[in-house]
Design a protein around this ligand. Sequence first.
Ligand code: ARG
Length: 268
Amino acid sequence: MRKKVFTFATALVLITSIVLTGCGGTKTSAPANTASNAPAPAAEKVLKVGSDIAYAPFEFMDTKQQPTGFDIDLMTAIGEDLGYKVKFETAAFDGLIPALGSGKYDMVISAMTITEKRAQSVLFSDKYFEATQFIAVKKGSTIKSEADLKGKKVGVQVATTGQEVVEKLGITPKKYDTTPDALNDLINGGVEAVVADSPVVLWFIKQNPDKAIEAVKGNFEKEYYGIAFKKDDKATADKVNATLKKFMSNGKYNDIYKKWFNVDAPKF
Ligand code: ARG
């Protein structure tokens, strides 16, 4: 008799858990149901994402040393949509593509411009952001255009498109590990200009109103950011692209854009 009751109770618990699951009401993160012998929740699926987390407002550390920014929010939301928790790992920008290639990351998001050269070694998602290069200078500088950079000490972050455009002008720039390093050296007088992505220069100026830095627009080409995958990982790229597309049309992308840039996302 005792055995029968146990079986009945077990069946009841099983049925209950099946019904609950069917309603889509259970989450893997919900506390374990101690009253049942339902199977333990499946281990959380994790995406390992590499980024140079020193590029506000796209990726930077908050006061608690947690990654934050536009890219972080976008990638976290994409991961969530695909059923993954996203784990960010910070690394030097020039090491991201090699590390992706060696399998250290599932993908890279790092305000990375889609370029032909990079596309030889990685697979890019559809573009998710439009930017251009800006020149940061001290207020009152004689540098008013990219032509004025000739003969000046110009700082860039190593391996960025900023470095590329400066070298194209025939200038050998001073290379820094991070863009904040370059911008801080501009403040200190180590260089007369820094060339970096427009939103990053503008953000830095806004965050440092007492440092008398201003932005010069110049006439640089438009650049588009993409999320990078291993060259042969079309399966993941396709999934991420589908979610990106969805976020562009359902307002999610715009919400994230507005959070960081205070205006609606432009069409590009
Ligand atoms: N968009 C530029 C490039 O792709 C700069 C990106 C730098 N990103 C960063 N997280 N430091 O080269």
